[in-house]
Design a protein around this ligand. Structure first.
Ligand SMILES: Nc1ncnc2c1ncn2[C@@H]1O[C@H](COP(=O)(O)OP(=O)(O)OP(=O)(O)O)[C@@H](O)[C@H]1O
Ligand SMILES: [Mg+2]
Length: 387
């Protein structure tokens, strides 16, 4: 994809020369004859870099720069400075311009400056995407009553040490709720340790949760610190707790009752300060009736129960979610955000989302990849399901 550049200069000759050279170098070039025209283009389109003269009628270069950095601080603006305006150019750099070049521009130097500006812009975008992926807990999108209630409960419950059981179908956002409980708790500077109880074979779960001493069983070739200890001072998220074996349930119950654990093969107990948050897509009370889940453990972990309803029960949140996913996916791919027309959005809102938010996100990603600039109803029927 070629980079796009906006040249704002009131001197026609300079605009023309720069435009020719930069087009030849493979840029998509737009020209504006004064700051006001430049600002109009800048607000309508997405440029990768802007070249901007300082002395211009109507809106001058410095005024343009201030408006532009306010609107989008990521787009580098390179000032073009005449004889009398070098000082202003230096001032512009202090105010956020990427750099300046003197008139008449030395073309090699100008090209290098533009390339550097593009590189820097690309890097800062990448950093932002990575930061979002690494650090930040995904925002919980939704304005529906159930989501408002859940957010409200999280606010109230998070700062306490109360154990929370999160229930709901696959992909509704249970893990996200757990992350926010940790994030908003007094333990947020401590670790959040996740254990997927369904993924660990029952004979290994004890060692996984509580650790073991070297030599305590055949494959225990070195000491291992378990998840409870790793979560000390933080939160332990027991995901899919409904799939934990009865044997492991008994051990977890003991750890919760006593606030102490024993590594497999060790004889001394270790005190741990851990808040447990658990999640399940099963009906745990029913599981207790069928003797698959211990009732005493159920009561220990369910001081507060947060039920996350299915997406179909809060379909009014779908447009908001779609919009956010379009934005996130565009940013991940480094592309402009795709539009979606009204009919297509209605079809997505009416669709039966058995896989809930996870399925919705995958579908939006698929639509972004396969559709044109605007996602249409036809795209939805082709790539999602017949409507
Ligand atoms: N309210 C929300 N706003 C934005 N994204 C959300 C929301 N709820 C869930 N998601 C996203 O949807 C995906 C699935 O959510 P999550 O993993 O929390 O679901 P889950 O209930 O734990 O699913 P499973 O039962 O399959 O483990 C994640 O990428 C998550 O970030
Ligand atoms: Mg989950």
């Amino acid at each position: 994809m070629s980079n796009s550049i906006l040249i704002i200069d009131d001197e026609r000759a300079i605009r023309k020369t720069l435009s020719e050279i930069l087009s030849y170098e493979g840029f998509k070039v737009d020209e504006a004859a004064d700051g006001e025209e430049g600002w109009k283009l800048f607000s309508e389109k997405n440029y990768d870099v802007v070249l901007c003269d300082i002395k211009m009628p109507k809106l001058d270069g410095l005024e343009f720069l201030i408006k532009a950095t306010e609107k989008n601080p990521d787009i580098p603006v390179i000032m073009i400075s005449g004889h009398g305006t070098i000082e202003t150019a230096v001032d512009a750099v202090k105010k956020g311009a990427y750099d300046y070049v003197a008139k008449p521009p030395d073309l090699n130097r100008l090209l290098i400056t533009i390339r550097n500006a593009l590189d820097k812009n690309k890097l800062s975008k990448e950093t932002r995407v990575l930061k979002r992926k690494v650090n930040r807990v995904q925002e919980m999108i939704g304005e529906s009553e159930p989501i408002k209630r859940i957010k409200d409960t999280i606010e109230k419950v998070a700062p306490t040490d109360a154990r929370v059981l999160i229930t709901g179908e696959n992909g509704v956002g249970k893990e996200l709720v757990a992350k926010w409980i940790h994030e908003k708790s007094n333990r947020s500077t401590g670790p959040l340790v996740e254990v997927n109880c369904a993924a660990i074979p029952s004979e290994l779960i004890e060692s996984e949760l509580f650790g073991h001493e070297k030599g305590s069983f055949t494959s225990a070739i070195k000491q291992r610190i378990g998840k409870f200890e790793q979560a000390n001072g933080g939160t332990l998220f027991l995901d899919e707790i409904g799939d934990m074996s009865l044997n492991a349930q008994a051990k977890v119950l003991r750890a919760l009752q006593e606030g102490k654990i024993t590594r497999v093969g060790a004889d001394k107990e270790i005190a741990v300060d851990v808040r447990v948050v658990a999640a399940t897509n099963k009906d745990l009370l029913k599981e207790t009736e069928q003797k698959n889940f211990r009732l005493d453990l159920y009561h220990r972990i369910s001081v507060i129960v947060i039920h996350v309803p299915s997406l179909n029960e809060r379909s009014e949140d779908i447009p908001l979610l779609v919009d956010r996913f379009l934005e996130d996916i565009a940013e991940d791919y480094g592309q402009a955000k795709k539009a979606i027309d009204k009919k297509a959005m209605e079809a997505l809102t009416d669709y039966n989302w058995t896989g809930n938010i996870r399925e919705l996100r995958n579908v939006v990603e698929r639509l972004v990849i396969l559709s044109g600039k605007t996602i249409s109803l036809e795209d939805v029927s082709n790539y999602v399901a017949p409507v």
